[in-house]
Design a protein around this ligand. Structure first.
Ligand SMILES: Cc1cc2nc3c(=O)[nH]c(=O)nc-3n(C[C@H](O)[C@H](O)[C@H](O)COP(=O)(O)O)c2cc1C
Length: 219
């Protein structure tokens, strides 16, 4: 596929055809992700591709349990809001159970240029937080890698959906993956998940902003 076609074909895919995604294809996507740029070339990403349905079920159970724990607390203040939170997890997270592959994406902090210098000169935390957390170059790097993964998936005939809506259960999922597959990597933490498979449909993506809203040109 031509790059322009890949770019404009990309949509978040939440329904998948049955069928396998061979590991050799997954490896191509991870290699494409691995060519992404990253601050100081730290390449702060790790992709765990899961086809094992038992493990996917356990991840789902972990998310549902955490969702319920939070929803019960919300119920105490506003039961409608609690119900909405429970519904959201069904519609915008748990569909991963029907995807042939779930990819859990880990990242590590990247301390940008100036961070250690500001810390050294005892700058206010607001200043160090601003470059580390607000402008977060580590996450910018990871975003580039995830997008490369997705574009490569489309080129190979697949689709993905990027998921961060389970991040409130990230610590529990990390623990599950430690217990179930022994995955642990110094300094790395879960940042997102991706579903992967052959798209079942062409969903209607939400409208994109007009050019004038996202672009300024200075000659
Ligand atoms: C960082 C990020 C997190 C997202 N998290 C979720 C999610 O948890 N659940 C979901 O269904 N879609 C999620 N999406 C997909 C967005 O909803 C989708 O990209 C957006 O609505 C635009 O639609 P499109 O991707 O089809 O163009 C996420 C996308 C990004 C980039």
């Amino acid at each position: 596929m031509e790059l322009q076609e890949v770019l404009y074909t990309r949509q978040s895919i939440r329904h998948y055809k049955d069928g396998d995604v061979p590991e050799e294809d997954i490896i191509k996507m991870v290699k494409a992700a691995g060519t992404a740029p990253s601050g100081k070339n730290v390449q702060n990403w790790h992709f765990i591709a899961i086809k094992n349905k038992d493990l996917m079920d356990k991840i789902s159970d972990t998310i549902v349990a955490k969702n319920e724990e939070i929803a019960l607390e919300i119920d105490k203040k506003d039961s409608e809001r609690g119900a909405k939170f429970r519904k959201f997890v069904k519609n915008f997270t748990l569909f991963f159970l029907k995807a042939p592959v779930l990819v859990v994406v880990y990242t590590a902090n990247y301390y940008p240029s100036g961070y250690h210098e500001l810390t050294f000169m005892d700058a206010p935390k607001k200043a160090t937080d601003d470059i580390l957390l607000r402008r977060n170059p580590g996450m910018q790097s990871l975003g580039a890698a995830i997008e490369n993964f997705t574009l490569s998936a489309i080129d190979l005939g697949y689709g993905t959906c990027w998921l961060t809506s389970a991040n409130y259960a990230a610590a529990e999922i990390e623990q599950l993956l430690r217990d179930e597959i022994g995955f642990e990597k110094e300094g790395y933490f879960m940042a997102a998940m991706l579903t992967l498979g052959v798209p079942q449909d062409n969903p209607k993506s939400p409208k994109k902003k007009e050019l004038a809203e996202i672009y300024t040109f200075v000659e």
